[in-house]
Design a binder for this molecule. Structure first.
Ligand code: SF4
Length: 342
């Protein structure tokens, strides 16, 4: 996850809740993608450290447990840069230019110049991040599937060239329910429409009170349509079945007004956020603990990264083989073979 600072409800239902669920079933790694941040925000790093701290505090608050999973800071593990460099040697430009989000972002991001080598190559860095830990699965949404596919292709190309080192990771598709922001667009910090996990109850209630509703319901006595109302999208995720079953018909017959409906939603939201904020307060009081946890996770990740890179360097032929007979059959011939295939 890129360190963007405090996390919001969209991050919670789109990623964090799923991570918390996975930590009990998988050997999970999560990282602060600070180098990825630089691919688009290289000119704006003044708040990077505080953004990392806020984000990791929210991970812990949401229930991610350092005893059950590893979380680390990408830029503290130079092995990621090394693997990225090696992968960049074997990744054809065409593969990167075809990544759907590349063109999309070039068109959409107008306030920064992202026509850079680093931005074009960020899926290669992603491949290094994933393959470093020989991941079997990558928990992603539908839009990230092409990136996982590219990772598989890069790993396959490496294996063809230098011998089997990497398994092929698969996308672990996660269902992320639609959660609009207060203005009805996708919830995003940059749109200014987010409800943050750390917003106190009165701020949550105020934001909810100002939320967009069914635009056709102009007066109290007009019937509404919950299916087009962002408030109801939140009810479906955060409210009890009883509340949902009440609001749904009562909105359509104008028995309930938007003010009361929003109050119910804010109550549900604040109930959901209460334990998260309780945990958050522990880490807010002691930010040193947050950095310490990140440091320990980084050390654990480093053990795996070092193991993988020792294998990679040997496979590529960058270091003398410990078992010359076994590996000298080698890299060179296979690189040729792979080059022909490309
Ligand atoms: S009553 Fe609730 S669901 Fe219906 S339009 Fe108003 S806020 Fe939306």
């Amino acid at each position: 996850m890129r360190p963007t600072g405090r996390l919001h409800l969209g991050n919670l239902v789109g990623a964090l809740q799923n991570w918390v669920d996975l930590q009990d079933r998988y050997d999970s790694y999560h990282f602060v993608a600070d180098w990825h941040m630089l691919t688009t925000d290289y000119a704006n790093t003044a708040e990077l450290q505080s953004n990392i701290q806020e984000m990791v505090t929210d991970w812990l608050a949401a229930g991610l447990d350092p005893a059950k999973c590893v979380f680390f800071q990408q830029s503290r593990l130079l092995e990621h840069a090394e693997l990225h460099l090696i992968f960049s040697m074997i990744t054809p430009l065409g593969w990167l230019e075809r990544v759907p989000s590349y063109k999309e972002q070039l068109e959409n991001i107008r306030d920064r110049d992202i026509h850079t080598y680093g931005f074009l190559g960020y899926p290669v860095l992603q491949a290094a991040d994933i393959l470093m830990y020989k991941a079997d699965f990558v928990p992603v949404g539908e839009d990230q599937v092409p990136h996982v596919e590219l990772t598989r292709e890069i790993g396959r190309r490496f294996n063809n060239a230098y011998g089997e080192v990497f398994p092929e990771p698969r996308a672990l598709l996660t269902h992320a329910p639609r959660l609009p922001g207060t203005d009805g667009r996708k919830m995003s910090k940059s749109y200014g429409n987010a409800i943050f996990l750390s917003d106190p109850p009165d701020v949550v209630s105020k934001k909810v009170a100002g939320m967009m509703t069914d635009p056709a319901r102009k007066r109290r006595w007009d019937p509404g349509d919950p299916d087009v109302c962002p408030v109801f999208d939140h009810h479906k995720i955060f409210s009890t079945k009883d509340v949902i079953d009440r609001v749904n018909p009562e909105c359509r017959t104008a028995e309930i007004g938007c003010v009361d409906c929003k109050k119910l939603m804010a109550e549900a939201l604040n109930r959901k956020l209460a334990p998260i904020q309780e945990r958050r307060r522990i880490y807010e009081k002691d930010p040193g603990q947050v950095w310490q946890i990140l440091e320990e996770g980084t050390a654990r990740a480093r053990q795996e990264a070092e193991k993988t890179m020792a294998e990679v360097r040997q496979a590529v032929g960058l270091v003398k083989s410990q078992d010359a007979g076994a590996t000298s059959k080698g890299a060179g011939a296979k690189v040729q073979e792979s080059a022909v295939r490309s």
